[in-house]
Ligand binder design. Sequence first.
Ligand code: ATP
Length: 255
Amino acid sequence: MIEYRQVHKRFDHPVLAGVDLTVESGEMFALFGPSGTGKSVLLKTTIALVTPDRGDVRIDGESVYYGGDGALERARRKVGYVFQNAALFDSFNVFDNVGMGIPEDQLKRMPRMELARRVWNALELVNLEPDEVLSKIPSELSGGMRKRVGIARAIIGRPEILLWDEPTTGLDPINTAAVERLIVRLSDNLEVTSLVVTHDIEGGLLICDRVAMLDAGRLRFCGTPDEFRRSDDPVVQAFQDRAAAERALDIGEPR
Ligand SMILES: Nc1ncnc2c1ncn2[C@@H]1O[C@H](COP(=O)(O)OP(=O)(O)OP(=O)(O)O)[C@@H](O)[C@H]1O
């Protein structure tokens, strides 16, 4: 379970102004919101990739920020993070990039054969052919393949929680659908809690148990996909209308 409690963050302007949100264990949860409202920043506060100015995050009841020695480390071990642009290391091959998802202390003690087996399994789980990609560097892969390598790195450490930062952004419709199927399959097979930040509202509503919408640094909506669709909040409605119009433009439908 992930609990965000009164999370505040400002950079040169206020971004998060007291976000309260609970994602239950085993849940598949999507976070929506207009561009620049702090969705990625909130995701990053989960494991202190961004540190909140105020507030706390609790994972399975343990405070990430006030839990004392080792709390952040324990949180990071439980979480796999799928970065927006895959964030692979350009000069390392796929084997090394995926292997980096294993915590360093475990990696040091791990026999090479065991590491190879884990990397192989992780690549198979994301539908990549290990033989074909292991020795390639990221620039030799397509955008969709790089995303999958990033996902393999996130799952190789056997996380209990997967955080997905815009996993389908920049992908064509076919790859988008494939990655969405992958999110569902991995979340089911690995029995993880998934929190997905996405602009793909339709996809998020289709695959998630609950969704939330962030607006102006605060949670504007939290509920089931059905409740979201039927919300009479004008801000939520306007957001959905805008998303639908953008989608229609994307896929060339008449507006
Ligand atoms: N490290 C940082 N330093 C300064 N400003 C930052 C930093 N990270 C994020 N911001 C700012 O915080 C705001 C929220 O950014 P964030 O990436 O969380 O938005 P978002 O809701 O995920 O948007 P998008 O949907 O466009 O990705 C933006 O104004 C962004 O410029």
